[in-house]
Design a binder for this molecule. Structure first.
Ligand SMILES: Nc1ccn([C@@H]2O[C@@H]3COP(=O)(O)O[C@H]3[C@H]2O)c(=O)n1
Ligand SMILES: [Zn+2]
Ligand SMILES: [Zn+2]
Length: 252
């Protein structure tokens, strides 16, 4: 079964040339949206993907470029299409997503007072591989991002690592590639400055060639074009281009 990946956007939280770093995976039997940031519905509109075509949404963490579009997504699906979207989420994210992000805009007396009133919420347990839509299995891997905030990267179909926003974790990347058969890595990158909450390009350049050649960069700032040469064998993902998973994998 072939899997395609299309980034709705490849931008950092502050990028203006690129939409929010969210991804659409399509197994041919179902579509999974990874994160739903503020720009998600506009990007999906430009891609010609109607919201009801999306089988499920998976959330990595609570920042607007990853969850800021859920209010519109939820309202559109409930009001225009009369159904609740399927939302996969780790249990620790449910409370902050509702209480700190969505409640202000979505609550409605006697109608909506919790996340489950708008979304079909399915709790997903980190470390347990779970099929979310036909042909797409994910395993959440807790990774560090902001102190005190939970964040989960994703190992997909036992072959693709999709980083959430995360600080550099070379041991995890090494483990996934050399012990778990990971063939390609979609990794967030911070191009300039110290990586206090993200992974810098300099940090990724310190990895062994066997890891770097599997890495495709995303979540980058507007000055990305200046860094193509510096990134060496690591390539920058293009937003809204459809990639076959096999295209992103290095020939063994
Ligand atoms: N301690 C923090 C917290 C946040 N930030 C910036 O805010 C953005 C929120 O979305 P993000 O995509 O995680 O990127 C974060 C940083 O740019 C940051 O740089 N340092
Ligand atoms: Zn982000
Ligand atoms: Zn973040």
């Amino acid at each position: 079964m072939s899997l395609t990946i299309q980034m709705l956007g490849t931008g950092s939280a502050f990028a203006k040339h690129y939409y929010n770093n969210n991804a659409l995976l399509d197994s041919g039997e179902g579509k999974l949206l990874i994160d739903c940031g503020t720009t998600a519905s506009l990007a999906l509109h430009q891609m010609g993907v109607p919201l009801p075509d999306i089988g499920a949404i998976l959330i990595t963490h609570i920042h607007a470029d990853h969850v800021g579009g859920l209010e519109e997504f939820g309202f559109q699906m409930n009001i225009l299409h009369r159904r609740k979207p399927l939302l996969y989420i780790a249990e620790p994210l449910i409370h902050p997503l509702w209480e700190h992000t969505l409640k202000g805009g979505m609550s409605q007396q006697g109608m909506i007072d919790k996340l489950e009133d708008v979304f079909e919420v399915n709790v997903i347990t980190p470390g347990v591989p779970t099929t979310l839509v036909s042909g797409i299995q994910v395993e959440l891997i807790p990774t560090r991002h902001i102190p005190g905030k939970n964040s989960y990267s994703i190992f997909i179909n036992d072959r693709l690592f999709y980083s959430a926003d995360m600080v550099f974790d070379p041991d995890l990347l090494h483990h996934l590639v050399h012990e778990r058969g990971c063939r390609s890595i979609l990794h967030e990158v911070q191009l300039q400055g110290a990586g206090e909450v993200h992974t810098t390009l300099d940090e990724l350049l310190s990895l062994a060639p066997s890891l770097q050649e599997r890495i495709h960069l995303m979540h980058y700032s507007d000055d990305m074009e200046q860094f193509r040469e510096k990134a060496g064998v690591m390539s920058f993902l293009e937003q809204q281009r459809v990639y076959q998973l096999t295209e992103l994998e290095r020939a063994e």
